[in-house]
Every structure is written in structure tokens, then in C-alpha cells.
Unconditional design. Sequence first.
Length: 453
Amino acid sequence: MKRMAAVALAILIAGFRLCAQTAPEEFSRHFMDRTLRVDYYHTGDRRTDTITLDRLYKEGIWAGSPLHLHDEFNNGQYYVKIYDAASGELLFSRGFNSYFYEYSTTDPAIQGRQRTFHESVRIPFPRRAIRFVLESRDRTLNLRPVFSREIDPQKDYFDTTPPAGIVHVTRLMQSGHPHDCVDLALVAEGYRREDREKLDRDFARARDVLFSREPYRSNRGRFNLYGVFAPSREAGCDEPRSGKYRDTAVESSFNALNLDRYLLVESNPRLQNNLSRVPFDAAIVMVNHDRYGGGGIYNQFAVFTADSPASAYLMLHEFGHSFAGLADEYYSSQVSYNEFVPPGVEPMEPNVTALLDAGKLKWQEMVTPGTPIPTPWEKDHFDRLPAAQRAAHLQKDAYRGVVGAFEGAMYASSGMYRPAIDCIMFSRHTLDYCPVCRNAVERVIRHYCGIDQ
Ligand SMILES: [Zn+2]
């Protein structure tokens, strides 16, 4: 009986694997090896959510893996889903977050002040009519459709014009065909034409920092890295609290969502037009500035300042958000979000848990044997320590280096748990991801490379 059960389990696992992989001929049956970019406006507040189509673009080759057309990470506030219009078959899906969503959780949005954001999603270019559907999560994190439209390659019009302006592309690392690699675009922001030499040094430094850390280091041969440089008229970026506004390539700005250190891209069309010059799965915007600041939006972009003393931390931390959808593991910080996850709901992110069922921890298979769940740590003592003494305290903890479930994560000091005592998603004391975050990043790398999970 035991053996029968094992065989049945093996078949079940094989079945799951087959589900995750798409046969190579399936891609070419439904898609051309080109990219369809859908630009739209997203308007609303906490309660309303209106999407209107802007433009359709036909861009270069598809950067993703033709073998992984379905996003099974179940992460992000939104999902784009592509259905064959005739048969209704789901052909492609991808989860993501957006600047609009972050705005929708802030006080002004809760008070009913509406704002409009320009957004873009990219999908493989369909051969036949498709139904393009955007889904958003409700308060219990179930996905529901918020926008649906048929797109027909025979009837609709697709802009193929390269965007105006000079964009220089540098191949910083070339490992293989875009279908088989993670294609990462490093976008220069606030660099003038005369800053080219500094930019080349900054590109090289960013590359070296990223690939000095796991799991990027051991997966270096699976990345293509492109430097994308549209010269800015002025150096730096906007700093609204100091009244400084600069004319730059993608209009990045501090004080996003009225948080001084939050640095995001304010001109989505400019960013997307620059990115359209390269096949890319992920983008990092490198800002020519020395102040501490950054941001990361899942499956959109990460932003960091090149000359901050904390530049390496900022890039690795924000890329954790944008590339793998990792949550912040810290719990004491000024954020403008409210009610990030309602009580009694398990968050989607792979590195935090509400621990609603201690027997079903989402990283159960990675827990260090013999570790109690939840895992005790001297949290009250840690909270009382001055910031300068906190790193040393974490180094001494009895459960240092162990995977368990430590209370205090995702802006909540209680009721939310993180996998390790320390991690780059928790503190600036380390530049390393904890084992659970590392594993989550590695799974995304495998997704874009078409490697079985
Ligand atoms: Zn972590």
C-alpha cells in the first residue's frame, strides 16, 4: 500500500511539473516571438478602481521563457491574464504590483482623493484574437476581474515606432538567448551626456554588487544585463521637499507617496519607451544621486541611488521587492500604507506569514530541524536597544542562522512572522537574503530561464 501511495504521489508531482511547463510548440501556436505592450491609465481611490486603455505597442522579441507562460507564484495585487478569444483557454498570466495600488492604501486615497497613474504590462504578441483581462485582489486577497477587452492582431493597431530621443544600450553581460536567461535592464537616470564615464563606472559597480551576493552569484551565467542610457538634461532627480526639480530621463522623484526617502519613477511612458530598446524581464533604475532613497514595485521596477553610502543595500533590498515580490520583514518604520493585510488573512509574499496554522508554515520544508514555531527571540530587548547596538544583538541570538518563524514582520510588531532573525529584507545590518528569500529569488530566476521548478 505504501509503495502504491508513493507511486501515486510521484505521478501527482510529475503532473504538477507538466502543468507548470508549457510545451515549446504551444508558444509558437499562440504567439509570435514579439512583445505586446499594453499602456493604460489607472484611476481611483481606496474604493474605486477604473482602468482605461491608452495605446498598444508591438515591440521586439519576447524576453520571457516560452516554456513558462503561466505565473504560479500567486503574488502581487494584480494579475494580467490572456485568454484565447475563441476557445477561452488561458494562454498566459503574470502577477504584479503597481504604484496605483500603493497609493490606494494611503490616507488621501482612503479619504476619497482620486489620482491617475500611467501603467504598462507586456505579454507575448498573440497570433489570434485574445481577451486581455486584469484582475485585482479583494480584501481577502482573492482575484477578481477589473478590466477586460478583446485585442485582435488583425483589427487593432499597434504602434511600432521607436520612441523619439537617443537611447544608448550597453551589453554589460551576455549569457545566452533571452528565452533562456533572466534579462535585466539597468536604466540610467539623472546622468547627463557628460556623465558617461561616471555612468560606466556606476554600471560596473552595480553589476559587481548584484553578482557578489547569493543567489545571483551562483546564477550569474543565467543573466543578460543591459545598460540603458537616455541622457538627462540635468543631473540627479526631483527632491520636492527641498523645492528641487530636475529634467531627467524618467522623472524619478523622492517623496513618493509623501515619504521623504521613497524614490519612484514618475513618468511611466518615458521609462517604458527607454526599456522598449531591450528585451527585459526585470528593470532596475539607477539614480545619479548621493542621498539615501529607493523603492521597488513587484514586476515593475526597482529604484536606488548610485552614490548613497547604502547604495549596495538599497539595490539588493529593492530588487528583492521588484524581482521576487519579497515583503519587507521589518516592523518598525514609517510607511504610508494602512491595513496592509487584514487580520486573519495570510499574506501572499513568500517571506512573511500570519502563522494562522503553525503546522502549515509556507516555508515548512526549509525550517531548521528542532526549531520551535514560533521561534523565541529577545524582541522586547531588541526594540529597546539604540539602533547602533542592534546588529551586535542579532549576531548573539541563540537562533541566529536558523530558519523558523520570528514574530515581527511586514510593518506589524505582532501577528506577522519572518523566516530568520536577520535578512536584507529585515535590516541594513546585512547584505544577504535569508534562506527563504534566497530560495524565492532563485525560483524566479528559474521561471525566466525555463528551468523546471
Ligand atoms: Zn528574508
